[in-house]
Write a protein that binds this ligand. Structure first.
Ligand SMILES: Nc1ncnc2c1ncn2[C@@H]1O[C@H](COP(=O)(O)OP(=O)(O)O)[C@@H](O)[C@H]1O
Ligand code: SF4
Ligand SMILES: [Mg+2]
Length: 332
Protein backbone atom coordinates (compact mmCIF):
# COMPACT_ATOMS: atom_id res chain seq x y z
CA UNK A 1 0.00 0.00 0.00
CA UNK A 2 1.20 3.51 -0.75
CA UNK A 3 1.92 5.88 2.15
CA UNK A 4 -1.19 7.37 3.77
CA UNK A 5 -2.11 10.93 2.82
CA UNK A 6 -2.54 11.93 6.46
CA UNK A 7 -0.89 10.19 9.36
CA UNK A 8 -1.56 11.24 12.94
CA UNK A 9 0.56 9.70 15.69
CA UNK A 10 -0.01 9.96 19.44
CA UNK A 11 -1.39 13.48 19.08
CA UNK A 12 -2.24 15.48 22.19
CA UNK A 13 -3.60 18.96 22.90
CA UNK A 14 -4.78 20.62 26.09
CA UNK A 15 -6.19 23.95 27.18
CA UNK A 16 -5.92 25.87 30.39
CA UNK A 17 -9.49 26.90 31.09
CA UNK A 18 -11.50 28.92 33.55
CA UNK A 19 -10.64 31.01 36.56
CA UNK A 20 -9.28 34.51 36.74
CA UNK A 21 -7.17 33.29 39.66
CA UNK A 22 -4.54 30.67 39.16
CA UNK A 23 -6.24 28.37 41.70
CA UNK A 24 -9.44 28.27 39.60
CA UNK A 25 -7.66 27.19 36.43
CA UNK A 26 -7.79 23.63 35.21
CA UNK A 27 -6.05 21.87 32.40
CA UNK A 28 -8.46 20.28 29.92
CA UNK A 29 -6.95 17.31 28.11
CA UNK A 30 -9.04 17.72 24.98
CA UNK A 31 -7.06 15.33 22.75
CA UNK A 32 -4.98 12.58 24.27
CA UNK A 33 -2.86 10.06 22.40
CA UNK A 34 -4.79 9.96 19.12
CA UNK A 35 -3.36 7.97 16.19
CA UNK A 36 -4.85 7.12 12.80
CA UNK A 37 -4.02 7.14 9.10
CA UNK A 38 -6.13 8.35 6.19
CA UNK A 39 -5.58 7.10 2.65
CA UNK A 40 -6.00 8.85 -0.70
CA UNK A 41 -9.67 9.02 -1.71
CA UNK A 42 -10.77 7.73 1.69
CA UNK A 43 -13.29 9.10 4.19
CA UNK A 44 -12.58 8.57 7.87
CA UNK A 45 -15.61 9.43 9.98
CA UNK A 46 -15.02 10.76 13.49
CA UNK A 47 -17.94 10.51 15.91
CA UNK A 48 -18.42 11.23 19.58
CA UNK A 49 -20.50 13.30 21.95
CA UNK A 50 -20.09 17.04 22.18
CA UNK A 51 -16.92 17.81 24.15
CA UNK A 52 -15.11 14.59 23.18
CA UNK A 53 -12.36 16.54 21.41
CA UNK A 54 -13.32 16.26 17.72
CA UNK A 55 -12.98 19.94 16.85
CA UNK A 56 -9.75 20.26 18.81
CA UNK A 57 -8.32 17.32 16.86
CA UNK A 58 -9.30 19.00 13.57
CA UNK A 59 -7.80 22.32 14.68
CA UNK A 60 -4.52 20.73 15.71
CA UNK A 61 -4.19 18.98 12.35
CA UNK A 62 -4.88 22.32 10.63
CA UNK A 63 -2.32 24.02 12.91
CA UNK A 64 -4.99 26.40 14.26
CA UNK A 65 -4.45 25.06 17.80
CA UNK A 66 -1.00 24.01 19.08
CA UNK A 67 -0.28 20.35 19.81
CA UNK A 68 1.24 19.43 23.16
CA UNK A 69 2.68 16.21 21.76
CA UNK A 70 2.65 13.80 18.87
CA UNK A 71 3.10 14.04 15.14
CA UNK A 72 1.06 14.91 12.04
CA UNK A 73 2.35 13.93 8.60
CA UNK A 74 0.50 15.22 5.56
CA UNK A 75 1.61 14.07 2.12
CA UNK A 76 4.88 13.06 3.71
CA UNK A 77 5.56 16.43 5.38
CA UNK A 78 5.88 16.80 9.15
CA UNK A 79 3.23 19.52 9.73
CA UNK A 80 3.96 20.38 13.35
CA UNK A 81 7.54 21.44 12.62
CA UNK A 82 6.72 23.61 9.57
CA UNK A 83 7.51 27.31 9.70
CA UNK A 84 5.06 30.00 8.48
CA UNK A 85 6.29 29.86 4.90
CA UNK A 86 6.09 26.09 4.68
CA UNK A 87 2.68 26.15 6.29
CA UNK A 88 1.34 28.66 3.81
CA UNK A 89 2.39 26.47 0.91
CA UNK A 90 0.76 23.37 2.35
CA UNK A 91 -2.49 25.03 3.55
CA UNK A 92 -3.76 25.02 -0.01
CA UNK A 93 -3.71 21.21 -0.07
CA UNK A 94 -5.58 20.94 3.22
CA UNK A 95 -8.91 22.72 3.47
CA UNK A 96 -11.72 22.85 6.02
CA UNK A 97 -15.51 23.10 5.88
CA UNK A 98 -17.20 24.17 9.11
CA UNK A 99 -20.63 23.48 10.55
CA UNK A 100 -21.94 26.98 10.22
CA UNK A 101 -21.02 28.45 6.86
CA UNK A 102 -22.88 31.61 7.81
CA UNK A 103 -20.32 32.54 10.42
CA UNK A 104 -17.41 31.62 8.13
CA UNK A 105 -18.73 33.58 5.12
CA UNK A 106 -18.14 37.33 5.20
CA UNK A 107 -21.67 38.87 5.20
CA UNK A 108 -20.46 41.96 3.30
CA UNK A 109 -18.86 40.01 0.47
CA UNK A 110 -20.70 38.71 -2.55
CA UNK A 111 -20.58 34.95 -2.87
CA UNK A 112 -18.42 35.22 -5.99
CA UNK A 113 -15.79 37.29 -4.17
CA UNK A 114 -15.76 34.81 -1.29
CA UNK A 115 -15.17 31.88 -3.61
CA UNK A 116 -12.55 33.83 -5.60
CA UNK A 117 -10.62 34.95 -2.51
CA UNK A 118 -8.56 31.76 -2.05
CA UNK A 119 -7.87 31.51 -5.80
CA UNK A 120 -6.43 35.02 -5.80
CA UNK A 121 -4.47 34.71 -2.55
CA UNK A 122 -2.77 31.59 -3.83
CA UNK A 123 -2.41 33.15 -7.33
CA UNK A 124 -4.11 30.20 -8.97
CA UNK A 125 -5.78 32.35 -11.66
CA UNK A 126 -5.20 35.86 -13.00
CA UNK A 127 -7.82 38.28 -11.62
CA UNK A 128 -9.64 38.63 -14.96
CA UNK A 129 -10.16 34.88 -15.17
CA UNK A 130 -11.51 34.57 -11.62
CA UNK A 131 -15.23 35.04 -12.48
CA UNK A 132 -15.15 32.21 -15.03
CA UNK A 133 -13.37 29.94 -12.55
CA UNK A 134 -15.91 30.84 -9.85
CA UNK A 135 -18.75 29.94 -12.23
CA UNK A 136 -17.15 26.53 -12.83
CA UNK A 137 -16.78 25.93 -9.10
CA UNK A 138 -20.41 26.92 -8.42
CA UNK A 139 -21.50 24.52 -11.15
CA UNK A 140 -19.39 21.77 -9.61
CA UNK A 141 -21.24 22.12 -6.30
CA UNK A 142 -24.64 22.24 -8.01
CA UNK A 143 -25.33 25.98 -7.83
CA UNK A 144 -26.31 28.36 -10.68
CA UNK A 145 -23.51 30.80 -11.64
CA UNK A 146 -25.90 33.75 -11.02
CA UNK A 147 -25.54 33.09 -7.30
CA UNK A 148 -22.09 34.72 -7.46
CA UNK A 149 -23.81 38.11 -7.31
CA UNK A 150 -25.73 37.33 -4.11
CA UNK A 151 -24.85 37.90 -0.46
CA UNK A 152 -24.75 35.05 2.11
CA UNK A 153 -27.96 36.16 3.88
CA UNK A 154 -29.89 35.72 0.63
CA UNK A 155 -29.06 32.01 0.47
CA UNK A 156 -30.51 28.93 2.19
CA UNK A 157 -28.44 26.93 4.70
CA UNK A 158 -27.79 24.22 2.11
CA UNK A 159 -26.69 26.77 -0.50
CA UNK A 160 -24.34 28.43 1.99
CA UNK A 161 -22.77 25.08 2.81
CA UNK A 162 -22.26 24.45 -0.92
CA UNK A 163 -20.51 27.82 -1.13
CA UNK A 164 -18.25 26.78 1.75
CA UNK A 165 -17.43 23.62 -0.20
CA UNK A 166 -16.82 25.53 -3.45
CA UNK A 167 -14.45 27.88 -1.67
CA UNK A 168 -12.51 24.94 -0.23
CA UNK A 169 -12.31 23.20 -3.62
CA UNK A 170 -11.11 26.30 -5.44
CA UNK A 171 -7.55 25.93 -4.19
CA UNK A 172 -7.42 22.27 -5.26
CA UNK A 173 -6.95 20.48 -1.94
CA UNK A 174 -6.23 16.78 -1.52
CA UNK A 175 -7.63 16.67 2.04
CA UNK A 176 -10.80 18.35 3.27
CA UNK A 177 -11.60 18.31 6.98
CA UNK A 178 -15.35 18.60 7.40
CA UNK A 179 -16.33 19.57 10.97
CA UNK A 180 -20.06 18.89 11.44
CA UNK A 181 -20.72 20.12 7.87
CA UNK A 182 -24.38 19.06 7.77
CA UNK A 183 -25.35 19.25 11.45
CA UNK A 184 -27.21 22.54 11.04
CA UNK A 185 -29.19 21.38 7.98
CA UNK A 186 -32.58 19.66 7.60
CA UNK A 187 -32.40 15.91 7.02
CA UNK A 188 -33.34 16.11 3.31
CA UNK A 189 -30.74 18.82 2.68
CA UNK A 190 -28.20 16.83 4.69
CA UNK A 191 -28.64 13.92 2.29
CA UNK A 192 -28.06 16.17 -0.74
CA UNK A 193 -24.88 17.68 0.69
CA UNK A 194 -23.56 14.23 1.67
CA UNK A 195 -24.26 12.99 -1.87
CA UNK A 196 -22.39 16.01 -3.27
CA UNK A 197 -19.38 15.31 -1.04
CA UNK A 198 -19.34 11.66 -2.15
CA UNK A 199 -19.41 12.71 -5.82
CA UNK A 200 -16.62 15.26 -5.33
CA UNK A 201 -14.56 12.62 -3.59
CA UNK A 202 -14.84 10.31 -6.61
CA UNK A 203 -14.18 12.95 -9.24
CA UNK A 204 -11.31 14.65 -7.41
CA UNK A 205 -9.83 11.76 -5.42
CA UNK A 206 -10.26 13.74 -2.19
CA UNK A 207 -9.58 12.44 1.29
CA UNK A 208 -12.09 13.48 3.95
CA UNK A 209 -11.84 13.60 7.70
CA UNK A 210 -15.57 13.82 8.33
CA UNK A 211 -16.59 14.86 11.84
CA UNK A 212 -20.09 14.64 13.32
CA UNK A 213 -21.70 13.90 16.66
CA UNK A 214 -24.38 11.90 14.81
CA UNK A 215 -23.44 8.35 13.83
CA UNK A 216 -26.45 8.15 11.48
CA UNK A 217 -24.82 10.90 9.39
CA UNK A 218 -21.26 9.57 9.53
CA UNK A 219 -22.19 6.05 8.44
CA UNK A 220 -23.70 7.45 5.23
CA UNK A 221 -20.35 8.72 3.98
CA UNK A 222 -17.45 7.14 5.90
CA UNK A 223 -15.41 4.15 4.75
CA UNK A 224 -14.00 3.72 8.25
CA UNK A 225 -15.24 5.21 11.50
CA UNK A 226 -13.28 6.30 14.57
CA UNK A 227 -15.28 6.71 17.78
CA UNK A 228 -13.95 9.35 20.14
CA UNK A 229 -14.54 9.51 23.88
CA UNK A 230 -12.82 11.73 26.39
CA UNK A 231 -10.15 12.89 23.95
CA UNK A 232 -9.27 9.38 22.79
CA UNK A 233 -10.21 7.02 20.00
CA UNK A 234 -11.95 4.09 21.68
CA UNK A 235 -12.87 2.15 18.53
CA UNK A 236 -11.78 2.30 14.88
CA UNK A 237 -13.22 -0.05 12.26
CA UNK A 238 -14.61 -0.25 8.72
CA UNK A 239 -17.98 1.55 8.81
CA UNK A 240 -20.14 -1.52 8.08
CA UNK A 241 -18.27 -3.62 10.59
CA UNK A 242 -18.50 -0.96 13.31
CA UNK A 243 -22.25 -0.66 12.87
CA UNK A 244 -22.92 -4.42 12.58
CA UNK A 245 -20.48 -5.55 15.28
CA UNK A 246 -19.65 -2.73 17.67
CA UNK A 247 -17.10 -3.87 20.25
CA UNK A 248 -16.71 -0.94 22.62
CA UNK A 249 -19.70 -0.40 24.96
CA UNK A 250 -19.68 3.31 24.09
CA UNK A 251 -20.05 2.45 20.39
CA UNK A 252 -22.90 0.10 21.33
CA UNK A 253 -24.63 2.99 23.08
CA UNK A 254 -24.11 5.35 20.12
CA UNK A 255 -25.55 2.79 17.70
CA UNK A 256 -28.54 2.13 19.93
CA UNK A 257 -29.41 5.83 19.60
CA UNK A 258 -29.60 5.63 15.78
CA UNK A 259 -33.18 5.06 14.58
CA UNK A 260 -33.49 1.57 13.01
CA UNK A 261 -36.32 1.35 10.46
CA UNK A 262 -36.57 -2.47 10.57
CA UNK A 263 -38.48 -3.52 13.74
CA UNK A 264 -36.91 -7.01 13.64
CA UNK A 265 -33.46 -5.50 13.96
CA UNK A 266 -34.40 -2.89 16.52
CA UNK A 267 -32.62 -3.40 19.82
CA UNK A 268 -32.85 -1.83 23.19
CA UNK A 269 -32.02 1.84 23.31
CA UNK A 270 -29.24 2.39 25.78
CA UNK A 271 -29.37 5.62 27.71
CA UNK A 272 -26.00 6.37 29.24
CA UNK A 273 -26.06 7.37 32.89
CA UNK A 274 -24.51 10.67 33.85
CA UNK A 275 -22.71 13.23 31.75
CA UNK A 276 -19.55 12.64 29.81
CA UNK A 277 -16.75 13.45 32.22
CA UNK A 278 -14.94 16.74 31.72
CA UNK A 279 -11.42 15.79 30.69
CA UNK A 280 -9.70 17.75 33.45
CA UNK A 281 -8.67 14.82 35.61
CA UNK A 282 -7.18 11.86 33.85
CA UNK A 283 -8.63 8.73 35.41
CA UNK A 284 -6.26 5.91 36.23
CA UNK A 285 -8.48 3.24 34.73
CA UNK A 286 -10.89 3.26 31.80
CA UNK A 287 -12.39 6.73 31.20
CA UNK A 288 -15.70 5.08 30.27
CA UNK A 289 -15.94 3.07 33.51
CA UNK A 290 -18.35 5.44 35.35
CA UNK A 291 -20.95 4.96 32.58
CA UNK A 292 -20.09 1.45 31.42
CA UNK A 293 -22.79 -1.25 31.35
CA UNK A 294 -20.57 -4.10 30.08
CA UNK A 295 -21.39 -7.33 31.91
CA UNK A 296 -17.67 -8.07 32.42
CA UNK A 297 -16.75 -4.70 33.93
CA UNK A 298 -14.35 -5.43 36.79
CA UNK A 299 -11.64 -4.06 39.06
CA UNK A 300 -9.15 -3.97 36.20
CA UNK A 301 -11.38 -1.41 34.46
CA UNK A 302 -10.96 0.95 37.41
CA UNK A 303 -7.25 0.35 37.69
CA UNK A 304 -5.70 0.02 34.27
CA UNK A 305 -6.12 2.18 31.20
CA UNK A 306 -7.28 0.12 28.19
CA UNK A 307 -5.01 0.83 25.20
CA UNK A 308 -6.40 0.80 21.66
CA UNK A 309 -5.55 -2.72 20.41
CA UNK A 310 -6.49 -5.00 17.53
CA UNK A 311 -9.44 -7.30 18.16
CA UNK A 312 -10.90 -9.33 15.29
CA UNK A 313 -9.74 -6.95 12.57
CA UNK A 314 -10.76 -3.73 14.34
CA UNK A 315 -9.14 -1.52 16.99
CA UNK A 316 -10.80 -1.30 20.40
CA UNK A 317 -9.83 0.28 23.73
CA UNK A 318 -11.65 -2.04 26.13
CA UNK A 319 -10.24 -4.76 28.37
CA UNK A 320 -13.21 -6.99 27.53
CA UNK A 321 -13.58 -6.32 23.80
CA UNK A 322 -13.54 -10.06 23.03
CA UNK A 323 -16.90 -10.42 24.79
CA UNK A 324 -20.07 -9.04 23.15
CA UNK A 325 -20.94 -5.78 24.89
CA UNK A 326 -24.50 -5.65 23.55
CA UNK A 327 -27.22 -6.21 26.12
CA UNK A 328 -29.56 -9.07 25.15
CA UNK A 329 -32.33 -7.82 22.91
CA UNK A 330 -35.61 -7.46 24.80
CA UNK A 331 -37.64 -8.68 21.77
CA UNK A 332 -38.50 -12.39 21.52
N1 LIG B 1 -10.65 27.26 23.54
C1 LIG B 1 -10.88 26.39 24.54
N2 LIG B 1 -10.48 26.68 25.80
C2 LIG B 1 -10.70 25.82 26.82
N3 LIG B 1 -11.29 24.61 26.68
C3 LIG B 1 -11.72 24.27 25.45
C4 LIG B 1 -11.53 25.14 24.31
N4 LIG B 1 -12.06 24.53 23.21
C5 LIG B 1 -12.54 23.33 23.63
N5 LIG B 1 -12.34 23.18 24.97
C6 LIG B 1 -12.69 21.99 25.78
O1 LIG B 1 -12.02 20.89 25.18
C7 LIG B 1 -12.87 19.74 25.19
C8 LIG B 1 -13.06 19.25 23.75
O2 LIG B 1 -13.80 20.21 23.02
P1 LIG B 1 -14.05 20.11 21.45
O3 LIG B 1 -12.77 19.77 20.80
O4 LIG B 1 -14.76 21.34 21.02
O5 LIG B 1 -15.01 18.83 21.35
P2 LIG B 1 -16.15 18.45 20.25
O6 LIG B 1 -15.80 19.11 18.97
O7 LIG B 1 -16.07 16.96 20.21
O8 LIG B 1 -17.46 18.92 20.83
C9 LIG B 1 -14.15 20.15 25.88
O9 LIG B 1 -14.06 19.79 27.24
C10 LIG B 1 -14.17 21.65 25.71
O10 LIG B 1 -14.88 22.26 26.75
S1 SF4 C 1 -12.48 -1.39 29.84
FE1 SF4 C 1 -14.05 -1.99 31.34
S2 SF4 C 1 -15.05 -0.02 31.91
FE2 SF4 C 1 -13.88 0.35 30.03
S3 SF4 C 1 -15.35 0.04 28.39
FE3 SF4 C 1 -14.31 -1.94 28.69
S4 SF4 C 1 -15.61 -3.07 30.15
FE4 SF4 C 1 -16.23 -0.91 30.25
MG1 LIG D 1 -16.99 20.29 17.68
Amino acid sequence: MSAPRLEVTDLAASYVAGGFFRSGRRRVYAVNGVSFALGAGETLGLVGESGSGKTTLARVILRLTPASGGQVRFEGTDLLSLDREGLRAIRRRMQVVFQDPYSSLDPRMRVGETVAEGLLIHRLVPRREAPARVAELLDEVGLPPALAERFPHELSGGQRQRIGIARALGVDPSLVICDEPVSALDVSVQAQVLALLATLQRTRGLSFLFIAHDLAVVRQIAHRIAVMYFGRIVELAPADELVANPRHPYTVALISAVPEPDPDRRGERIVLEGDPPAPTLLPRGCPFAPRCFHARKDARCEREHPELRPVAGTLVACHHAEVDARPLTPYP
